[in-house]
Ligand binder design. Structure first.
Ligand SMILES: Cc1cc2nc3c(=O)[nH]c(=O)nc-3n(C[C@H](O)[C@H](O)[C@H](O)COP(=O)(O)O)c2cc1C
Length: 189
């Protein structure tokens, strides 16, 4: 299916940044759906994200190594190159800790450094995933509101059963919905 030239022509560069949430496995489904549509997908993960999903699944799906380390390849300034490469950047899933790091402008890991290096020149979408209390905490609410004010698009969480066993509103948006939103976004360009 990737050999279809028409699909390849319309394929975009999609950067999926994963942070440490139990819902990180959904990024594999999202990456898979996007690759099948003919997009090039590159995954970048925090160290914590890789506690929840191993790189092999993401690499097998995207056919690209998962990038985690800022200093892995010193012949390229990875965060700058990746920010330039992307047509859209998704933080999927977005953990409370990474959201706080972005709000503070801390470029101390690859995911945060890419956020700073992009500076909203291409769309930056944030799909939060967390327990209700974490989501409703004033720290998280304020961080998200500031990121939205700067130009990030916040994807709505969904109500339902959370990993902690509670019913809440902090569930990660399902991959199919994000996939459809990306399709609409590129169609409207
Ligand atoms: C089992 C488990 C599930 C977790 N799920 C979430 C989550 O859904 N959302 C979240 O913000 N943090 C969650 N955390 C906490 C984060 O993984 C933790 O804050 C981590 O430091 C985030 O790092 P990162 O933002 O650099 O990826 C979870 C932790 C554990 C142990």
């Amino acid at each position: 299916m990737l050999k279809d030239d028409n699909q390849k022509k319309d394929g975009k560069h999609i950067l999926i940044c994963l942070s440490g949430s139990i819902s990180a496995y959904k990024a594999a489904s999202l990456a898979s759906a996007l690759v099948q549509e003919g997009h090039e997908v590159q995954c970048v993960a925090t160290e914590s994200a890789l506690q929840f999903i191993g790189p092999a699944a993401l690499e097998g799906i995207t056919r690209k190594p998962v990038k985690t380390e800022m200093f892995a390849n010193s012949s390229e300034i990875e965060h700058i190159e990746l920010a330039k490469w992307a047509d859209i950047i998704l933080l999927y899933p977005a953990s409370a800790a990474t959201i706080a790091r972005l709000r503070m402008g801390l470029a101390e890991d690859l995911v945060s450094a890419i956020f700073l290096a992009n500076n909203f020149q291409v769309p930056y979408w944030i799909a939060t995933a967390m327990n209700n209390q974490m989501l409703e905490n004033p720290a998280t609410r304020e961080n998200l509101s500031i990121l939205s004010g700067w130009g990030a698009r916040l994807l709505e969480t969904e109500p339902g059963l959370l990993a902690c066993g509670e019913i809440g509103t902090g569930r990660l948006m399902e991959p199919e919905i994000v996939q459809a939103m990306i399709g609409e976004y590129f169609q409207e360009l």
